[in-house]
Design a protein. Structure first.
Length: 437
């Protein structure tokens, strides 16, 4: 079984903010260079989609669309509830991301007939909606991971598709080749040049023809998937390979003090995550995107694992010192990889390896916006609490003002109030508890 939560980030926002239910909601970077993480189905009707520049989403979505920054703590809390329900079905659950997972139903005590798994999935979907305050998910069930994944995409949102054993090719062959994992825009375009547009068309290609066209490994994989030949197991333990954080700036940065402060903040986020997970890593990586969109990374591999934010920042600052900053930097990222539960030792005990550099092609990004006002402390969608007015969320801010809608997941749409940005009675808050009446 494959479960994919529907427009997950946006669904959590609509659950916690009653005034947004039924309205277009876009979650992601809200600045001029932001990127959409998730769009609600109401926003998708206007063409908004994940990975689209936020500036473009603003252009195509109607007035009244809510553009919100993310609230990862709220998403994680909801995801944990869903994953716990999946683990009640089977000991073999493989989370793929915060909003999707595979489940090996054969490892549980279930009726695996089509009626049996259909009833199981309907019950699961109802329990997820109840336990999460209304978040829905789409389910696909089949004889392999690839069939289950494709099934969950066929009837969204809140859908259910069961692909019975023996009918795999009947389901697969009419679908576009993009339905197969591993067929991206470039591969699809190459296949279209030889009039291969459906999985059925792909099935008619010989292995030799396919590997000649897209390469040995990729071609062999697609050849098998087009024949529903997928024996990948559900893997319950997926260790993180790295922990990282990055920030895109509203304007290109050149000031050394500001760049140092940004690195310190990113290293703090990375260090906190490492310490919470009880891991550390030996390789510190700095990611930089220049004013001309050129992206590069530099890394240092240390003699001992590190999880301390100050030491991560020190290494990242050393790496930044070797980067050409003329013209300004539009993005900085700090990461730690080579993770293990090893206790941290003396960071600079031995000679460090030389930095390595990887230069990538410029990435297509939206045009720079006109210079705007200085960044304020409050961001759209942020949870807040006021001493007198209670809990709410930030509607917008600027000019030393912050506009807040005071409501919660179990209230009616609430009133809107505009306050001073430095109002001492207004404070950031934890995500609301949707389970409390």
């Amino acid at each position: 079984m494959h479960l994919d939560l529907d427009a997950f980030f946006a669904a959590v926002e609509q659950r916690d903010k009653p005034s947004l239910r039924g309205r277009p909601v876009v979650v992601g970077g809200t600045g001029g260079r932001g990127v959409v993480a998730t769009a609600s189905y109401e926003a998708r009707a206007y063409g908004a989609r994940s990975a689209m520049p936020t500036a473009e989403a603003r252009r195509i979505c109607p007035p009244g669309t809510a553009f919100l920054g993310g609230r990862f703590a709220a998403y994680r809390r909801t995801s944990d509830v869903v994953m716990a329900l999946l683990r009640e079905l089977s000991p073999l659950v493989e989370p793929v991301s915060i909003d999707e997972a595979y489940v090996d139903l054969a490892a549980g005590d279930h009726d695996l007939s089509v009626p049996g798994v259909t009833a199981l999935a309907l019950d699961l979907k109802a329990r997820i909606a109840l336990a999460t305050g209304g978040v829905t998910g789409s389910v696909g069930i089949g004889t392999s991971k690839s069939l289950a994944k494709i099934g969950s995409e066929l009837d969204k949102p809140d859908g259910l598709t069961v692909v019975p054993a023996g009918s795999e090719l009947d389901v697969l062959h009419p679908l576009p080749v993009r339905s197969l994992g591993g067929v991206g825009p470039a591969t699809a375009e190459r296949l279209a040049q030889i009039k291969v547009t459906t999985i059925g068309d792909l099935h008619r290609l010989s292995l030799v023809d396919l590997t000649t066209l897209v390469g040995q490994a990729h071609g062999t994989g697609l050849y098998r998937l087009a024949r529903a030949d997928d024996d990948r197991a559900v893997i319950t333990d997926r260790e993180a390979k790295s922990v990282s954080a990055e920030e895109t700036f509203a304007r290109d940065l050149t000031d050394p003090a500001r760049l140092t402060a940004e690195i310190d903040a990113l290293a703090g986020r990375v260090g906190s995550r490492l310490q919470r997970s009880g891991t550390s890593g030996r390789t510190v990586t700095l990611k930089v995107r220049r004013y001309d969109f050129t992206t590069l990374t530099r890394s240092l591999t240390l003699p001992q694992p590190v999880d301390d934010a100050r030491q991560i920042a020190e290494v990242a600052r050393r790496l930044l010192g070797a980067v050409d900053r003329s013209g300004g930097l539009r993005l900085l990222g700090v990461g730690v990889s080579g993770l293990s539960p090893y206790a941290q030792g003396d960071l600079f005990a031995d000679v460090l390896e030389e930095p390595t550099e990887v230069t990538e092609e410029p990435e297509p990004l939206p045009a720079d916006p006109a210079p705007g006002p200085a960044v304020v402390a409050w961001h759209p969608g942020q949870d807040v609490v006021h001493t007198d007015l209670g809990a709410g969320w930030v509607w917008g801010s600027g000019l030393n003002r912050v506009t807040v809608r005071f409501e919660g997941p179990r209230t009616a749409p609430g009133p809107v109030r505009t306050l001073r940005a430095d109002d001492p009675d207004l404070q950031p808050a934890d995500p609301p508890d949707w389970t409390t009446p």
